[in-house]
Design a protein around this ligand. Structure first.
Ligand SMILES: [Zn+2]
Length: 130
């Protein structure tokens, strides 16, 4: 049988797990992110929205930003677009600015507010980092 190790703390895992019982982190962070990105296409809007929230809590990666931008631009559910816009503000990548500016003008009221909030967060974040 193949041995499994947590890639965060390198202790052995007896069974495949979502979170390592030793350090409490996902044993394979990139696999966890891939699952969240896949969940952005889930048929249930509540799942897509939760995936946006969870992606916003992780470190920014190009794959996550690209996936969230696609959701923010074209998800049929306004609440999901709102969550994606907020997530992009949290991740704070300058490449998201045009999309956030566009959404702040042309989205539904809730999503416009989310875009405006995301823009101010993103700009604050970028002013803090030299
Ligand atoms: Zn671990």
């Amino acid at each position: 049988m193949m041995r499994e190790y947590c890639m965060q703390c390198w202790r052995e895992l007896k069974t495949p797990v979502e979170l390592c019982p030793h350090c409490g982190r996902p044993p394979r962070p990139e696999a966890f992110e891939a699952k969240l990105i896949a969940a952005l296409r889930h048929p249930r809007a509540a799942v897509r929205r939760l995936a946006c929230v969870l992606l916003a809590q992780k470190d920014s990666t190009p794959a996550a930003v690209a996936a969230l931008e696609a959701v923010a631009a074209s998800d049929p559910d306004g609440y999901v677009r709102e969550a994606a816009l907020l997530a992009l503000g949290e991740l704070g990548e300058a490449e998201s600015l045009p999309l956030l500016r566009q959404a702040a003008q042309h989205e539904t009221l809730r999503a416009r507010r989310a875009a405006a909030l995301a823009l101010s967060r993103l700009q604050r974040k970028r002013n803090e980092t030299p």
